[in-house]
Design a protein around this ligand. Structure first.
Ligand code: FEO
Length: 170
């Protein structure tokens, strides 16, 4: 059984993962109308993954005797300044999520909830991958600069999974 404190922290994370899914979805839609089909496909896939992160938490809360809440969502921005800003924003967001996950892990130890602590290790590992992915994409974008042919190849690369062929972490 989860304590009320842990339940609340997990429900707060449910809301954050849901919001991440919304933000990725808005970025995907923006990329699609810019003609960046590969970037859009990558971001749509990632939006689905954030929803999966949310669902995994919801199911866990319920399994452990809590009640997961479906959160209200704010409207994410419709327009982005450019592709580099999109991925800078993604890295910033993923670093924030990592900090939130670490705070939950910390709370689990304080509450002596070793079961949830164990469950959260999946998210700890996932965040390492998420940050790695965002940094990797940003490095690629820096290399490309204003090179249109480079952007074309970058877009095609993301269509088939991501730079380096590693794909989006699941
Ligand atoms: Fe669910 Fe991108 O963290």
């Amino acid at each position: 059984m989860v304590s009320k404190k842990v339940e609340n922290a997990l429900n707060a994370q449910v809301a954050k993962e849901a919001m991440s899914s919304q933000v990725y979805l808005a970025m995907a839609s923006w990329a699609e109308v810019q003609g960046l089909e590969g970037v859009a496909a990558f971001l749509y896939r990632h939006s689905d993954e954030e929803r999966a992160h949310m669902l995994k938490l919801m199911r866990y809360i319920n399994e452990r005797g809590g009640h997961s809440e479906v959160p209200a969502l704010a409207k994410p921005p419709k327009m982005m300044k450019g592709i580099a800003e999109v991925f800078t924003g993604i890295l910033k967001q993923e670093v924030e999520v990592s900090n939130e996950i670490n705070a939950i892990v910390d709370l689990c130890l304080k509450e002596k909830d070793y079961t949830t602590h164990n469950f959260m290790q999946w998210y700890v590992a996932e965040q390492i991958e998420e940050e790695r992915m965002a940094r990797h994409v940003l490095d690629k974008l820096k290399m490309i600069g204003d090179d249109k042919a480079g952007l074309y190849l970058f877009d095609r690369d993301l269509q088939s999974g991501g730079p380096g062929g590693g794909g989006t972490p699941s």
